[in-house]
Ligand binder design. Structure first.
Ligand code: PMP
Length: 290
C-alpha cells in the first residue's frame, strides 16, 4: 500500500488529502521538485533540495522544514514505501487560506507533501529511435512575468504547449521565448551538438536550471567536450548534428526531427549515445544512499 507524506504524517493514498482551500490548488501557489532514486541511491538530492528552497525563496514561501529535515522526510518516505527505484514528487504549497489571493492568509499553513511512485515519461522505443518534436506558438513565460527558473506549481504555460503538441500528434513541444530564441521543452531542457561541441540555451533565455542539464554539462566537460551555454535560434537547431532533451524523469532522450527537419543523420547521434551511457553509469554509482 502506497504511503504518502503530508506534514510529518503518512497516509494511505485514499486518505492522503488536503484542503480545497489550499492555495496550491486554488492558484498553483507553491513549489515542487521531481527526484529519482536508482537502486537506493537518491540522485542529486542536495541539488534538488537547493532548487526547491530557491524557488520558495523567490516566491516568498516559507518552507516549515530545514533542508536537513526535508532530506530526512524524503528518506523516511522512501523507507516507509520500501522502494529501491522510484520517482519522488516533493511539494510545498502555500497552504490553506481563503478564496482571495493574499498569501498572508495562509501563513503558518504551508503544506509539504511527498509522493514516491514510478514514472515513464516517454515510451522506451523513443530512446532508441529518437523523438520527433514540433515548435508550438505558446512561448515560455517571460522572466519578468513568472520566471521559468522558479519551479512553481503553476505549470499551465507548459501544459498549454504540451496540448498544442499532442493536438498535432507530437510527443513533445519545443518552446521559444518571447524573442523567438530556443528556450526548452515542456518538462525538459534542450541541447544540440554541432562540430562535436555541446550547446544549451542559458537559463535567462527561459529555461529551468535543470539538474540533469547541469549533470550533462559536467559529464561532457569531463569527457573533453567543449560546452556552451549559448543563445540559439531554430535555424541552429535545424542544422545541428545532434539534438537531445534532458530531465529527471526523461533522463536523456534523443531528438531526430524538429518541425519536419531531419537532425543530422536522423538517428540518435554518437555524442548523445555516449552521454546517455555515461549518465546511466553515473546514476548507478552516485547519490545519497539510504
Ligand atoms: N524544464 C522544465 C520546464 C521542467 O519542468 C524540468 C523538469 N523538472 C526540466 C526542464 C528538467 O529539469 P531537471 O533536470 O532538474 O529535472
Amino acid at each position: 500500500m502506497m504511503k504518502i507524506y503530508i506534514n510529518g504524517k503518512f497516509y494511505d493514498k485514499e486518505n492522503a488529502k488536503i484542503s480545497v482551500f489550499d492555495h496550491g490548488l486554488l492558484y498553483g501557489d507553491g513549489v515542487f521538485e521531481g527526484i529519482r532514486v536508482y537502486n537506493r541511491l537518491v540522485f542529486k538530492l542536495n541539488e534538488h533540495i537547493d532548487r526547491l528552497y530557491e524557488s520558495a525563496h523567490s516566491i516568498m514561501l516559507k518552507i516549515p522544514l530545514s533542508k536537513e529535515q526535508m532530506i530526512k522526510a524524503v528518506i523516511s518516505t522512501l523507507k516507509e514505501n520500501k522502494l529501491t527505484d522510484a520517482y519522488i514528487r516533493l511539494i510545498t504549497t502555500r497552504g490553506e487560506g481563503d478564496l482571495g489571493l493574499d498569501p498572508r492568509k495562509c501563513a503558518g499553513k504551508e503544506t509539504t507533501i511527498i509522493i514516491t511512485d514510478k514514472i515513464a515519461l516517454y515510451p522506451q522505443r523513443l530512446y532508441k529511435e529518437g523523438m520527433n518534436i514540433i515548435t508550438v506558438s505558446t512561448t515560455r513565460n517571460a522572466h519578468e512575468a513568472l520566471n521559468p527558473q522558479i519551479k512553481s506549481l503553476n505549470y499551465l504555460n507548459n501544459i498549454m504547449a504540451k496540448i498544442e503538441a499532442t493536438n498535432c500528434g507530437y510527443e513533445e513541444a519545443l518552446m521559444l521565448n518571447d524573442s523567438g530564441y530556443v528556450a526548452e521543452c515542456t518538462g525538459d531542457n534542450i541541447f544540440i551538438v554541432k562540430n562535436n561541441e555541446l550547446y544549451t540555451p542559458p537559463e535567462c533565455m527561459g529555461a529551468l536550471s535543470g539538474v540533469t542539464r547541469e549533470t550533462v554539462l559536467g559529464l561532457a566537460r569531463s569527457g573533453k567536450i567543449q560546452t556552451h551555454e549559448h543563445v540559439f535560434t531554430r535555424h541552429e537547431l535545424y542544422v545541428a548534428d545532434e539534438c537531445f532533451l534532458t530531465g529527471t524523469a526523461a533522463e536523456i532522450i534523443p531528438v531526430v526531427k524538429v518541425d519536419g527537419r531531419v537532425i543530422g543523420h536522423g538517428k540518435p547521434g554518437r555524442t548523445t549515445l555516449d552521454l546517455m551511457k555515461k549518465f546511466r553509469e553515473l546514476t548507478r554509482r552516485e547519490g545519497v544512499k539510504y
